[in-house]
Design a protein around this ligand. Sequence first.
Ligand code: UTP
Length: 242
Amino acid sequence: MNKKGSIVIKIGGSLLFTKDKKINSKRISDFCEIIKNKPKFDALIIICGGGLIAREYINSIRSLKGNEALCDIIGIEVSRLNSTLIITSFGELAYPQVPKSIEELSIATLFKKIIIMGGLQPGQSTTSVALEVAEYTGAKELILLTNVDGIYDKDPKKHKDAKLFPNISYEELQEITLKSTDEKQAAAGEYRIFDAVSLQILKRSHINVLVMSGSDIGNFKEYWNGNPKFIGTTVSYKGKSN
Ligand code: UTP
């Protein structure tokens, strides 16, 4: 793939931690090495999720009777803290601060470094941030690295017969997201791969979105190094795809 232009990558918070809730420094460093070894982009912005630690805080705040807005704010704080791990791993290649707004991002872009940031405001997920940033920077591509292989017709962690979509139309994505919606969908820490805000941004901007596994970092590496065939899902905008 030709990586010229701006690229946005979201690294799901779940990828930053091991099952026993330790920071997965190896995966962070492996991810950064893949990018460092083939830095073919004009601008790269990485959005970092909150992961297990955000959920720990959110659950505790809830049990202490804190409200959902406070939970979101803490989720944002944790995603910013997680961002510092990636900044550290990139060393001098990274912009040293975590932009806290689109305005701060616009200043950071002037320095031509890799920018790493977390959440922006309550009521959304870091996927929405990734879409907002992709829209703002006119990114040619948004890569969502998650802990499953892509978008499935149902939750692959719960259903063995879940089917992975290699391509999915915007309409199908919207249908699946709304179908999987339960009363927790809009609660802090519970936004799915796509949440309501991210669907709205996609609808108006038609950003080129690729969803793939970050647990299987080799798959991402292949793609990043130029193999256009990856295991994952591409979102398309021209009617039904399957
Ligand atoms: P995410 O849920 O997006 O992080 O953000 P994640 O761990 O990467 O999620 P997965 O791995 O994709 O499932 C953590 C929490 O921070 C708050 C939300 O409560 C969110 O669930 N948040 C994040 C915001 O309120 N606003 C933002 O802009 C970003």
